[in-house]
Design a protein around this ligand. Structure first.
Ligand SMILES: Cc1ncc(COP(=O)(O)O)c(C=O)c1O
Length: 400
């Protein structure tokens, strides 16, 4: 069956990349083999040197993984994709492929904490310089670009405050200054259902596939998507030789199964999160809500331009501060007090003790994470039940 770019997202999520296999089975076969047999040296040489497609050793790929890679590349509009053993493996493999000592990276403090420490601490030890600026301020970006700048690394919406970057404007500035600057966008919060950074000019997209793409909270995985030559280097240099953080066939299969309902899940995440954000915004015990779908949110206009929906992530602050937050989280029943995001279940987490526990006070201040910040990943339960749980939990808040 031919899948074309103009087909609907749901059709593409189900069918893109699928291959007719030996048995004609509808589900993608799970091929757990570590090694592959050759007919002789000629065939081995052709595969090892990339003259014919094939598999040799599953750290470099397996047939189940290949279907997932083709599907994700198609959904993001990229030439190629490599799937990894975690989102952090995707981040690390991309950065290790693209950066060398003496290179400079511009990023934002509002990114996933471990990506921030990889860029700001660990890679610094290997001679990579990083500046963290407010990427919503394009003048700051222009001023930060140096002759050795090789990458702009961003998340939009950013973790955890959902900050919106104008991806197209950032790409225009970065590429205008130097064509060698790669704009890398972690699209985990938005997902390809809501946003395609490559279409906005980005060079590389990263995903924690652990989150919405798998969607069922039972697999850790990541992906890097972009131009075929770059992805080949990520696979063959970083993944095979540096991180070794490959994904297994079983996990690839679980993600493929989860993706059959990707569009349905995202429709519901978007609808539920907007309803919860509006409920919280109008609640007398809530001081501030961070959600790109709210008109009051500073990045709302840009989000409307570059996103098809606003996603399932939001954050908020309570008027009663930390004490109120503790009371609220203790009182939640349906909403599970847990980190991570993108699951079918609604998850609620405290910023400074849970999602950003290892950040210094200085960094928390720079990011804008107050001690009373609460982050939510709105699930796909019925929105009335999520709101009812939050309402009863807020009723039990006496602090403030
Ligand atoms: C935006 C973002 N990128 C990357 C990661 C890392 O993904 P993983 O946990 O799959 O390694 C996370 C994890 O929470 C994340 O939120």
């Amino acid at each position: 069956m031919k899948i074309t770019i103009d087909m609907g997202f749901g059709t593409k999520a189900i069918h893109a990349g699928n291959r007719r296999n030996l048995y004609g089975s509808m589900g993608t076969p799970i091929v757990p083999a570590v090694t592959y047999e050759f007919d002789g040296i000629d065939e081995a040489e052709a595969v090892f040197f990339g003259h014919t497609p094939g598999y040799a050793y599953s750290r470099g790929g397996n047939p189940t993984q290949s279907v997932l890679e083709e599907k994700l590349a198609f959904l993001e509009g990229g030439e190629s994709c490599v799937v990894t053993g975690s989102g952090m493996a995707a981040v690390a493999s991309c950065l290790l492929t693209a950066l060398r000592p003496g290179d400079h990276v511009i990023s934002s403090p509002v990114i996933y904490g471990n990506s921030h420490s990889l860029l700001g601490e660990y890679l610094t030890d290997f001679g990579v310089e990083a500046d963290f600026i407010d990427l919503s301020d394009l003048e700051q970006l222009k001023a930060a670009i140096r002759p050795n700048t090789k990458m702009v690394y961003l998340e939009s919406p950013g973790n955890p405050l959902c900050n919106i970057c104008d991806i197209e404007a950032i790409c225009t500035i970065a590429h205008g200054a130097n064509k060698e600057i790669r704009v890398v966008c972690d699209n985990t919060f938005a997902t390809p259902y809501n946003q395609n950074p490559l279409a906005l000019g980005a060079d590389v997209v990263i995903h924690s596939v652990t989150k919405y793409i798998n969607g069922h909270g039972d697999v850790i995985a990541g992906a890097v998507i972009g131009k075929a030559d770059f992805i080949k280097k990520v696979r063959e240099d970083a993944l095979l030789h540096m991180t070794g953080a490959a994904i297994g066939a079983m996990e690839s299969y679980q993600i493929l199964r989860g993706m059959k309902t990707f569009e349905l899940r995202m429709l519901r995440h978007n609808e539920n999160a907007l309803a919860v954000a509006q409920f919280l915004e109008n609640h007398p015990k809530v001081r501030k809500v961070y959600y790109p779908g709210l008109e009051s949110f500073p990045g709302h206009e840009t989000a409307c331009r570059q996103m098809r929906g606003f996603g399932g992530m939001l954050a908020f602050e309570l008027k009663g501060g930390v004490a109120a937050g503790k009371q609220m989280l203790k009182a939640c029943d349906l909403c599970a007090v847990a980190v991570s995001l993108g699951d079918a279940d609604t998850l609620i987490a405290h910023g400074t003790t849970m999602t950003h526990d290892d950040c210094s006070e200085e960094l928390l201040k720079t990011i804008g994470i107050t001690p009373d910040l609460i982050r939510m990943s709105i699930g796909i339960e019925n929105k009335e039940d999520i709101i009812a749980d939050l309402a009863q939990a807020l009723d039990q808040v006496t602090a403030g």
